[in-house]
Design a protein around this ligand. Structure first.
Ligand SMILES: *[C@@H]1O[C@H](CO)[C@@H](O)[C@H](O)[C@H]1NC(C)=O
Ligand SMILES: *[C@@H]1O[C@H](CO)[C@@H](O)[C@H](O)[C@H]1NC(C)=O
Length: 376
């Protein structure tokens, strides 16, 4: 009698505890303190990372809330963004130094006289530069799709995001979603924007990450809780950042005819064994333009270079960019099939992650080919 009595009383209590436990862990009670939030689904680390290039920008205007939420829904491991600064020093998510191509700035008569010409990394550019707008002014603009052959119905809806809003999108996701922010155009930004106390763009960038609790070396406990890769084409910025934060960094590598934007080094210098040996003290990987790893002629692949093998020999990961579904981005060897392209790069070239405009396609490819004990 005592046994059944206590069981009847204990079972509901256990059930209650059980449900509360899971309510807590799935975050359904709303926002919690960042860093104390535990996730049911950890970051997957057993297969190459799905890095959502500017969000799921194949479907939504790039670097907007819509693009990032869609990427998270579609299975992104990391959401990727480019950080630039407004005139008044606010860090925002935007790829180009000018607003012309992916916003409605041309329709805003009040900004007609903001058009300028600047020298940016050896190129003379004319347009509406982000560094001439305050954050408040930038907020009045709306983002649009870069390519006319992509979905246009979300044009004019989304404002430009701040760096902090971007971080909060990742931290509010129902599973662990990493961030992959770029220290973008640091030479130009530091020339044009000044912060108090002589702080540099890189200081403000890293302070933003520290404020949210990003820390820890690659695959450490704190990294797995809040995964991040800090990326840049500028080696001086990465080396500087390594003194401020121990989070993993990735050195981006441009096309073979583009010198580095701060040290003016050639592609050949920065992909030499000597340089990889030097830079691996500061970064965990490289992020090359994919056609430099595997050169292309007449839209056909040539034999691949040994860059991935050499980087791996130095213990560096390789995360190339950018993978896009559309026919005219696919080299003939792939028979107009984006899955064939993923298969080539994962199985044959053996990359450790890749930047894609179509998070969902890459996620499906991985679900079909790499087992089912997955996150989503
Ligand atoms: C960068 O290096 C090239 C030679 O490799 C040189 O012609 C050019 O003037 C240099 N640019 C700057 C800004 O130093
Ligand atoms: C791509 O296709 C061309 C033409 O058939 C062929 O010569 C080349 O070897 C292929 N490249 C790779 C990497 O398979």
């Amino acid at each position: 009698m005592t046994f059944s009595f206590s069981l009847r009383r204990i079972v509901p209590i256990l059930l209650l505890l059980f449900t509360r436990y899971f309510c807590f862990f799935d975050g359904s009670d709303g926002r919690m303190l960042y860093g104390s939030k535990h996730h049911i689904f950890p970051l997957q680390t057993f297969r190459p990372y799905n890095i959502a290039h500017r969000g799921s920008n194949g479907e939504f205007p790039e670097e907007t809330e819509g693009a990032y939420l869609r990427a998270i829904e579609e299975g992104a491991d990391f959401i990727e963004t480019d950080i630039l600064s407004s005139k008044d020093g606010a860090l925002i998510c935007f790829h180009d130094v000018i607003l012309d191509l992916v916003t409605d700035v041309a329709d805003h008569k009040e900004f007609a006289n903001y058009k300028r010409t600047y020298e940016v990394q050896g190129f003379t550019i004319t347009g509406w530069f982000i560094v001439d707008f305050t954050l408040e002014e930038l907020r009045t603009l709306r983002v649009k799709q870069r390519y006319l052959f992509r979905e246009q119905q979300y044009n004019g809806i989304y404002p430009i995001l701040t760096f902090e809003e971007f971080i909060e999108i990742a931290l509010n996701a129902k599973r662990t979603v990493g961030i992959y922010p770029e220290i973008k155009n640091p030479v130009f930004i530091n020339q044009q924007v000044k912060w108090e106390d002589g702080r540099k763009y890189e200081d403000v960038f890293i302070d933003t990450l520290l404020k949210y609790g990003y820390k820890g070396s690659y695959k450490s406990k704190s990294w797995l809780k809040m995964p991040i890769f800090i990326q840049s084409f500028a080696p001086i910025s990465l080396i500087y950042a390594s003194k401020l934060i121990d989070s993993p960094k990735v050195f981006l590598i441009d096309d073979i005819d583009m010198p580095t934007q701060d040290t003016n080094q050639t592609y050949w210098e920065i992909t030499s064994d000597e340089y990889l040996k030097f830079i691996k003290a500061y970064v965990v990987g490289i992020g090359p333009w994919k056609d430099t790893i595997n050169p292309v002629k007449d839209n056909y692949l040539c034999p691949p270079t040994d860059l991935v093998k050499r980087a791996h020999a130095h213990g560096l990961e390789v995360h190339p960019y950018t993978y896009r579904n559309e026919n005219h981005f696919l080299h003939w060897n792939f028979s107009q099939d984006p899955y064939a392209e993923y298969s080539y790069w994962i199985e044959k070239i053996k990359v450790d992650g890749l930047f894609t405009d179509f998070t969902g396609s890459f996620h499906h490819y991985q679900e079909w080919t790499s087992g089912s004990h997955i996150t989503k």
